[in-house]
Design a protein around this ligand. Structure first.
Ligand SMILES: Nc1ncnc2c1ncn2[C@@H]1O[C@H](COP(=O)(O)OP(=O)(O)OP(=O)(O)O)[C@@H](O)[C@H]1O
Ligand SMILES: [Mg+2]
Length: 265
């Protein structure tokens, strides 16, 4: 199920997967107009791993919602995988979203009282995939994130990191070329954050494009490009030739028992 073949596809195509041109977003409330995005030009190529950083309120989530076709820009043009989606109907955008994008959120957003397996199968239900095929793909996705032993656990029976891995499996079960993650490690401790990042880096090496919002510099250091936002604009755009390998960083972290002892002393 994992998009291994997209690694090859990505090399063969030079069309960017994301292209924002002069994009702005205003939120109009009773009293004021908030210019959440002023003017954003951004191009992201297939296979890239981009971190978006910036102060609270700088427009990161607003931009992610536009990239994810969850919201429309007030100005400008958004092309997703070569297709101008700016003013497509909501139905058309829902189809595009379902085909091209996997989402991971800070709060995991799993259905409670629903097993890991059922949570991961859900996007396939929306796609009309038959029961046997759904089961097969969901099992493969959960295996890929290392949760083959937790298929029938509900979210409240899983740790935070495990819940986020279920959410990643759910995002990947449809083999989308693009994964969007808004603070995926925001609710996780340092160790678990690096575990999740190691998984994302592995998926990226297999070809999936990743755009991730984070407040944490050591998470951003794992990306190959870091975009800094401020006041609704992109103020920095830096390539990182040698991203930190999250699996290596994880191995170098003190063991949990040692960390507990440090805290206790
Ligand atoms: N639905 C909305 N209605 C009105 N204003 C909004 C809405 N959503 C966001 N804003 C405003 O737009 C600006 C950008 O918000 P956004 O959520 O994109 O910031 P952010 O960079 O993601 O911040 P954080 O790091 O706190 O998540 C903020 O000033 C916010 O108050
Ligand atoms: Mg945000």
């Amino acid at each position: 199920m994992l998009p291994q073949d997209q690694g090859v596809a990505a090399v063969l195509r030079d069309e960017p997967i994301i292209e924002l041109s002069g994009v702005g977003k205003d939120y109009t409330t009773e009293a004021v107009v908030v210019r959440a995005l002023r003017h954003v030009d951004l191009t992201i190529q297939h296979g890239d791993f981009v971190a978006i950083v910036g102060q609270s309120g700088s427009g990161k989530s607003t931009m992610m919602n536009i990239i994810g076709c969850l919201d429309r820009p007030t100005r400008g043009v958004y092309r997703l995988d070569g297709l101008d989606v700016t003013w497509r109907s909501n139905d058309a955008r829902a189809i595009v979203r379902n085909r091209l994008i996997g989402f991971v959120f800070q709060g995991f957003n799993l259905l409670p009282r629903t097993t890991a397996l059922e949570n991961v199968e859900l996007p396939l239900v929306y796609r009309g995939v038959g029961a046997a095929e759904r089961r097969k793909r969901a099992l493969a996705a959960l295996g890929a994130v290392g949760l083959a032993e937790r298929l029938h656990h509900t979210p409240n029976q899983l740790s935070g990191g495990q819940q986020q891995r279920v959410a990643i499996a759910r995002a990947l079960v449809t083999s989308p070329p693009l994964l969007l993650a808004d603070e995926p490690t925001g609710n996780l401790d340092t160790r678990t954050s690096h575990e999740v990042l190691a998984l994302l880096q592995r998926l990226n090496r297999e070809g999936i494009t990743i755009v991730l919002v984070t407040h944490e510099p050591d998470i951003a250091a794992c990306a190959s490009r870091v975009i800094t936002m401020r006041d609704g604009e992109i103020r920095g755009d830096v390539r990182n030739a040698r991203p930190v390998d999250a699996a290596e960083a994880l191995a170098a972290l003190p063991l949990p028992e040692a960390a507990d002892r440090e805290q206790a002393s």
